[in-house]
Design a protein around this ligand. Structure first.
Ligand code: NAD
Length: 347
């Protein structure tokens, strides 16, 4: 019989307690560093394998380290003295990346394996793992009018090959570090996150950023067409970055959610065609759609069932897609024009 652990109350988290963020040079890790900095935390240490000039955000006052976290010694270095550890590092991207580079996705298991062990040895109080909706059984996602996925739908398992299976096994590490070793772990299954300071070109970008960029590029080139991956009927929900970091904070600090995977996403289901129409409205243009049926398209439909998060947190991500897309479009346009002019805009 499995023994349930007693949950001891944490001492208060002080503003000078060390917060560690793996993948701090990436989209969500960078936003999380900014979020904690804005909340007044004075000791934040972030690491990423990307060289510092390539980080999406370099938040003033945050210690930024260039470390490959698939190497154990680097995780030990990063976690030294940490009170809380957030692992946002993974080799990942949109469908174009995760369908093509399964080995790279699987190898992220090294990052979490070393990070969670290093966090535990350093005596960290809490550990956060960024899982994904790709951990869900793909057989439940064959219809664009999909039933929203609830947490129990991950098992029996038939996750996205590569990326999704890595997430499932890393989730299990989090469950067992709590069950066997008593470290408080948190696991959020993100559903498509988008917003400023996210990947918007280069092959790892996800649908909202890719569509914004394509519309901006079409306008810039005076083109009347846009190329869409798949038939445009695939459906998804998209969560704005501000909701994501707020959700991470809430999930990490809710004892009832220790070692329990939970959805973090919106339940506003839209098709890719609808997403294109929204971006077109923001840009004030209407483009002719060309569907690339040979391109990666992912599962037919995926939505987040938010029953559990609403029950646990009395909250769910609630930034309307139109609002978030407007801010994202504006930011990508600035980046696009700067890149065209041979400059790089970091902030
Ligand atoms: P991102 O690619 O912007 O950030 C990930 C960062 O990890 C990158 O900066 C990358 O350089 C870094 N990284 C990769 N391998 C590393 C290594 N060996 N050592 C150190 N750093 C390494 O992606 P993101 O959108 O910020 O995603 C953060 C986390 O959230 C990931 O675990 C991802 O799987 C998960 N997630 C994201 C989404 C989304 O829509 N963005 C959806 C589901 C899950």
């Amino acid at each position: 019989m499995e023994q349930k652990r007693l949950v001891e109350k944490d001492p208060k988290l002080n503003k000078d307690d060390l917060i560690v963020i793996g993948g701090g040079g990436g989209f969500i890790g960078g936003a999380l560093a900014r979020y904690f900095r804005n909340k007044g935390f004075t000791r934040i240490r972030a690491a990423d394998k990307k060289p510092l000039p390539e980080w999406y955000q370099r938040v003033p006052g945050v210690e930024c380290l260039n470390l490959d976290l698939s190497v154990e010694a680097n995780c030990v270095r990063l976690c030294e003295g940490a009170v809380e550890v957030y692992n946002l590092a993974a080799d990942m991207g949109g469908m174009g990346f995760i369908e093509r580079f399964r080995v790279e996705c699987l190898r992220s298991v090294l990052i979490n394996t070393h990070m969670i062990e290093a966090a535990n040895r350093a005596g960290a109080r809490r550990y956060f793992f960024s899982s994904s909706a790709c951990a869900y059984n793909t057989l439940l996602q064959k219809d664009p009018k999909v039933r929203a996925l609830k947490e129990s739908d991950a098992y029996p398992a038939m996750a996205e090959r590569g990326y999704g299976w890595e997430k499932l096994i890393s989730e299990m590490f989090c469950e067992e570090y709590w069950a066997e070793r008593g470290m408080k772990t948190a696991i959020a299954r993100f559903h498509n996150v988008y917003g400023p300071w996210g990947t918007w070109d280069g092959g790892r970008e996800k649908a909202p950023a890719a569509i914004c960029r394509k519309v901006i590029a079409a306008i810039d080139a005076g083109k009347q067409t846009i190329s869409i991956w798949g038939d445009g009927l695939q459906t998804r929900s998209f969560m704005y970055i501000d909701d994501c970091v707020k959700g991470i904070d809430m999930i990490m600090h809710t004892d009832a959610l220790i070692a329990t995977a939970i959805n973090l996403g919106t339940s506003e289901l839209v098709s890719i065609n609808e997403l294109v129409s929204k971006v077109e409205r923001i840009a004030g243009i209407k483009l002719k759609r060309e569907y690339d049926l040979t391109a990666p398209r992912g599962v037919a439909g995926r939505n987040s069932d938010n029953t559990f998060i609403k029950e646990m947190l009395h909250w769910e991500p609630d930034t309307p897609l139109d609002t978030g897309l407007r801010a994202t479009y504006k930011w990508i346009k600035t980046q696009y024009l700067a890149k065209k002019a041979g400059k790089r805009v970091v902030d």
